[in-house]
Design a binder for this molecule. Structure first.
Ligand code: NDP
Length: 255
């Protein structure tokens, strides 16, 4: 008898920021495991290329949408178009995020608003829009936090505040929607080798050496390192787990 515990085949997943980095790693994992995937990204061309590649490489049906997650209309359009195309929505991965590098005393309110809007406001907005469709059974929301959900960060204060907020929002939505059968959990990636990771290495002097020295696994993570936890949180295997934030960090947060 085959186990269906980790089965996501036929489910429909939306991955924001799915055209690169961690979002691409998670979208690839879900498509490979049999889910149909919507790649929603600011970079529409990259999203289209990813959607075409995943459709060619796996049995998944895919769709690409150019979207800025901070736009109310575009967020609404993402959910509407997903339902038009697939008729259902089962898994929402709130992954799109940016990090504005600026000390707090120099940060403008426009910078603050933008960082919090992309990283936190959009998580609430898309979750709220998805709610009535997810509650129809087996709904999963997976939010992407950060090590800065836990630790302070003088060089990226709005980023850290937004990521701390993602953890609290995850708990709150989990409590609110548990009875509706929706599980809401977060992944807290350690230092992952992506475009954002490279930006961090450029902007924060000595970051590469600090990460390698501080991470017990002694390496940066790769987007593929998020695959297992994403499938776990997207599948029935995690049906009694809600409101938690799981570090995927090579031991960084416990060292
Ligand atoms: P990347 O920059 O590699 O990928 C982020 C993707 O999100 C890009 O394709 C980007 O598009 C897209 N995006 C950015 N802003 C928006 C927006 N407003 N609307 C829609 N899409 C948008 O970053 P990562 O893969 O590293 O980061 C993904 C998530 O993981 C983020 O939430 C980040 O905070 C988090 N994270 C990353 C860590 C790391 O070490 N890399 C560590 C901990 C957390 P475009 O390229 O066009 O800007």
């Amino acid at each position: 008898m085959e186990s269906t515990l980790f089965d996501v085949s036929g489910r429909v997943a939306v991955v924001t920021g799915g055209a690169s980095g961690i979002g691409l790693g998670i979208a690839t994992a879900l498509a490979t495991a049999g889910a149909n995937v919507v790649i929603a990204d600011l970079n529409g061309d990259a999203a289209q290329a990813v959607a075409e590649k995943l459709a060619a490489d796996t049995s998944a049906e895919t769709m690409a949408l150019a979207i800025d997650v901070t736009s109310t209309e575009q967020a609404e359009g993402l959910i509407t178009k997903t339902l038009e195309r697939f008729g259902r929505l089962d898994i929402l991965v709130n992954n799109a995020g940016i990090g504005i590098h600026c000390r707090p005393e120099e940060m403008t309110m426009e910078q603050w608003d933008l960082n919090v809007s992309v990283n936190l406001r959009s998580v609430f907005h898309l979750s709220k829009l998805a709610y009535e469709h997810l509650r129809d059974g087996g709904g999963k929301i997976i939010n992407i936090g950060s090590m800065y959900s836990i630790f302070g960060a003088g060089e990226v204060p709005a980023y850290a505040a937004s990521k701390g907020g993602v953890v609290q929002l995850t708990k709150s939505l989990a409590v609110a929607w548990a009875e509706q059968g929706i599980q809401v959990n977060a992944i807290l990636p350690g230092w992952i080798n992506t475009g954002l990771g490279a930006q961090g290495r450029r902007e924060m002097e000595g970051l590469n050496e600090r990460v390698l020295a501080r991470t017990p696994a002694a390496r940066w993570g790769e987007p593929e390192d998020l695959a297992g936890v994403a499938i776990f949180l997207a599948s029935a295997a995690s049906n009694f787990i809600t409101g938690v934030s799981i570090p995927v960090d090579g031991g960084y947060s416990v060292a």
